[in-house]
Write a new protein. Structure first.
Length: 468
């Protein structure tokens, strides 16, 4: 029996309607991306053009990185201060988002000034270390200042609220301490979120700094990370279409896209100067800044309490996290300070394995790209399918749990290898000493009139002429 014509028409109309809705959503996302494309171009061109000028300044003031044939294996001195060019590129890109806004971009809030203040604090901290060699404690203080600037916007607080509120309730972490002048209320979510911001900033900045060990490595990896984070930011746009004007102005959907585009443009503008053979290095100014901006974007993914997307962002940023985890465990087991450098990072080992800088860097690009694909895929599954949010938590816990176990195993194996090497070296030093002592005794025994001295060494007996 054939269905009525009206039912057939409805059945055909439903897929067409879904396709039209998907096309409309895609068009809205592309329109918003086109609204911000000038941010990318400004950051790219500024960084590309002023990097040679910054290099000349670094050479003029002798801010140079000299090779040491160990961790710093470049064959010739290379200028620092590349981070200054990246900083100005990102700053001009953000400024362009303020100066030029079309109808689409005007609906969303621009990048908060507090985030720009944090960028200035972190860039100054790294620059001071490049120029004057700051104490590690001063560097940590500078990073905490940048984290405090983020706390003004409560970005991390909203991430903490997304985790804690479902467990403890909206008022479950509110405490009142009675005092003679009245009760003092303490918001546990706020302070936990502030601690979360500090942990993310310290971890992200130092993770980026540690992986910056080969020509073009950090700038290329951050470019891949920025692409992955940009895709996640764009996938989140359709979820904000139902927001009111006031809610849209309070959300960070536009600010996330601006930061990701500015970061991507700046690192791509710097990469031609930094790729092997590099003419300029990022320095601490650049590495701390790139880690800071990456962490800020990751935290901003949880702007509306979507903590599962923060985990997706961490997976995209997984390569620096892995290298830092390995370094921390390796140095802890070896009993050396965390600030002490070594040549056992992932990039050092890959360089020895592949026999060259470029091959090691390209291999790490591929690995970073794989993590980016995993993170973006998980975010897409949660945003656009019926996958439960807990699933992404499970995947993140499994992934980073495996990373932790592998880090411990690698660190212990390396510790054992170092202990064996030291034992062999100590044995090799003792063997020549024993052979030298045995040769001296045999030589003394062959001399005429030999005798033993009080100390056990063989001496010659005096002859008649000496006595006379």
């Amino acid at each position: 029996m054939t269905p009525p014509a009206s039912q057939s028409a409805d059945a055909m109309a439903e897929p067409l309607s879904s396709l039209n809705e998907a096309a409309a959503v895609s068009q809205n996302v592309m329109d918003l991306l086109n609204s911000y494309v000038h941010v990318f171009l400004a950051a790219f061109l500024i960084t590309l053009l002023i990097t040679p000028l910054v290099r000349r300044v670094a050479i003029a003031f002798d801010i140079i990185d000299h090779p040491d044939n160990d961790r710093k294996a470049h064959p010739y001195p290379v200028a620092y201060l590349g981070g200054v060019a990246v900083f100005f590129g990102v700053l001009i890109g953000i400024g362009a988002s303020y100066l030029y806004l079309d109808a689409e971009a005007a609906n969303f809030r621009p990048v908060p000034i507090a985030i720009v203040i944090g960028m200035v604090a972190i860039a100054f901290t790294g620059l001071a270390d490049d120029v004057w060699g700051w104490d590690p404690r001063l560097k940590i203080m500078g990073q905490l200042v940048a984290a405090a600037a983020l706390a003004i916007e409560e970005v991390g607080v909203r991430v903490a609220a997304g985790v804690l509120t479902p467990v403890f309730g909206a008022d479950g972490l509110l405490f009142a301490i009675p005092t003679p002048i009245g009760a003092i209320e303490i918001d546990g979510v706020y302070w936990i979120g502030t601690a979360l911001i500090a942990m993310f900033v310290l971890g992200g900045c130092n993770a980026a700094n540690l992986i910056d060990g080969l020509d073009g490595l950090l700038s290329g990896v951050v470019a891949i990370v920025a692409i992955g984070l940009l895709i996640v930011c764009l996938m989140m746009v359709p979820g904000h279409e139902s927001l009111s004007v006031a809610e849209a102005q309070d959300s960070l959907v536009g600010a996330r896209i601006v930061l990701a585009l500015a970061l991507l443009g700046a690192v791509l503008g710097f990469l031609p100067h930094n790729f092997n053979p590099a003419s300029i290095f990022l320095g601490d100014c650049g590495s701390l800044l790139l880690g800071y901006i990456s962490v800020v974007i990751i935290l901003m993914l949880g702007d509306m309490g979507q903590t599962h997307l923060v985990f997706a962002g961490l997976i995209i940023f997984a390569l620096p996290i892995i290298d830092t985890t390995l370094a921390i465990i390796r140095r802890w087991l070896a009993g050396i300070p965390m600030s002490a450098g070594d040549n056992q990072h992932i990039h050092h080992q890959l360089k020895r394995l592949t026999g060259g800088v470029r091959s090691a860097v390209l291999t790490l690009y591929v690995i970073s790209g794989m993590f980016a694909v995993v993170g973006v895929s998980l975010a897409a599954l949660v945003l656009h399918t019926g996958m439960r949010v807990r699933f992404i938590y499970v995947i993140a816990i499994v992934l980073f749990g495996c990373i932790g176990v592998i880090a411990v195993k690698a660190a212990r194996r390396q510790q054992i290898m170092l202990a064996v090497q030291r034992k062999l070296e100590a044995g090799a030093e003792k063997s020549p000493a024993k052979e030298s002592g045995q040769d001296q005794r045999e030589s003394a025994k062959t001399r005429p009139g030999g005798g033993a001295s009080p100390s056990g060494a063989t001496t010659l007996a005096p002859n008649r002429s000496q006595i006379d």
